[in-house]
Design a protein around this ligand. Structure first.
Ligand SMILES: Nc1ncnc2c1ncn2[C@@H]1O[C@H](COP(=O)(O)OP(=O)(O)OP(=O)(O)O)[C@@H](O)[C@H]1O
Ligand SMILES: N[C@@H](CCO)C(=O)O
Length: 315
């Protein structure tokens, strides 16, 4: 029997929560924006990589993060003195790499959830989330859960500095459309982290804390106007925007249209724009298609929040 698991794209940071906020998203037209990992019994461990963006990944299967997930999961089984079986994994790499859409997180989450399904959910949610964080850290050079947590759990997730909690779901807003524009160029997460200052001013620290606290409070009060009025990034966007051709012009234009928020998804280059009606979202998508994409592999999707997160696909 083959088990297939889908893991969705996510917006890391969501402007106000550098490394501590993330939102899972799904296109309203039903497109699977995320990766799929299938698992079945085999005589030898094997990883097959297919899909639109398979050729952007390391040539050797053992360099793929999905392979590292298999090694980590097997090690955990051995430590728990559980029998380890041979499996064939197939990664359908639907997500562009270095996109800001949480591409490596999609592979990590789909792989670990597929493995856990194969082993009748041997490990609990928290243990799996720990493993996901470890794998994301291996890829990007630093531990941040803001892609893996929403990708796994769905919805809007706030990372909590408590290893017994890790991530908490926040209430999110209805009637919001997230237009995601991937321009078709690659920006590595590591490079986009290297351009950030090592230290920030007191004024930036206060603005950051105040915006994040106000946003979280507004989410709990269902105060959409207040929440989006503080969706501003003072920690990363000012230092990263020069890595993203056309971002400043696009943000200026979209902000002037009165949308709820505009920002860099994760470490970029994907831009997200939050609109309060489907009509505005569709017009924004058309504008971004013409004005933000740079290569043929770019795309634009009108999305809503994905409340499910990773899910087993019907057989
Ligand atoms: N299955 C995989 N999916 C994505 N990247 C992988 C995978 N396996 C190995 N890699 C490597 O990991 C690195 C991922 O880089 P990076 O963290 O910048 O991308 P990303 O996760 O796609 O970024 P983002 O979170 O911004 O979408 C690349 O060097 C890529 O070749
Ligand atoms: N929080 C991370 C997300 C990376 O996708 C960053 O902005 O570097």
């Amino acid at each position: 029997m083959t088990i297939s698991v889908f893991a969705p794209a996510s917006i890391g940071n969501l402007n106000v929560g550098f490394d501590v906020l993330g939102l899972a998203v799904k296109p309203i037209d039903g497109t699977l924006l995320g990766d799929v990992v299938a698992i079945e019994s085999a005589t030898e461990n094997k990883l097959i990589v297919i899909g639109e963006f398979a050729n952007k990944l390391p040539g050797k299967a053992t360099d793929n993060i999905v392979w590292h997930c298999l090694e980590l999961y097997n090690l955990a089984l051995e430590k728990a003195q559980q029998p380890v079986k041979k499996v064939q994994l197939t990664l359908d790499k639907k997500m562009p790499v270095g996109s800001g859409l949480g591409s490596s997180a999609c592979s990590v989450v789909a792989a670990l959830v597929a493995l856990n399904e194969f082993y009748q959910q041997y490990f609990d949610e928290k243990t799996l989330l720990f493993m996901m964080g470890a794998m994301e850290a291996k890829i990007s050079g630093s531990l941040h859960y803001d892609n893996v947590a929403p990708c796994y759990l769905g919805g809007l997730q706030l990372m909590v500095p408590d290893k017994h909690v890790i991530s908490r779901s926040l209430p999110q807003f209805d009637n919001c459309y997230y237009v995601m524009a991937y321009p078709g160029i690659n920006v590595s997460t590591k490079a986009a982290r290297d351009v950030l200052p090592k230290q920030y001013s007191r004024a930036d620290a206060i603005t950051f804390g105040q915006n994040l606290a106000t946003f979280v409070d507004a989410c709990h009060r269902n105060d959409k106007q207040q929440a989006f009025s503080v969706l501003k990034d003072v920690l990363a966007e000012p230092y990263r925007q020069h890595l993203l051709p056309k971002f400043i012009e696009a943000k200026d234009y979209l902000s002037a249209q009165g949308h709820l928020a505009v920002g860099i998804s994760g470490s970029g280059p994907t831009l997200f724009c939050v609109c309060d009606s489907l009509e505005k979202a569709q017009n924004t998508a058309l504008w971004l298609q013409t004005n933000y994409l740079q290569t043929d592999s770019g795309f634009v999707h009108v999305c809503q929040v994905d409340l499910t997160g990773a899910e087993r696909l019907p057989a």
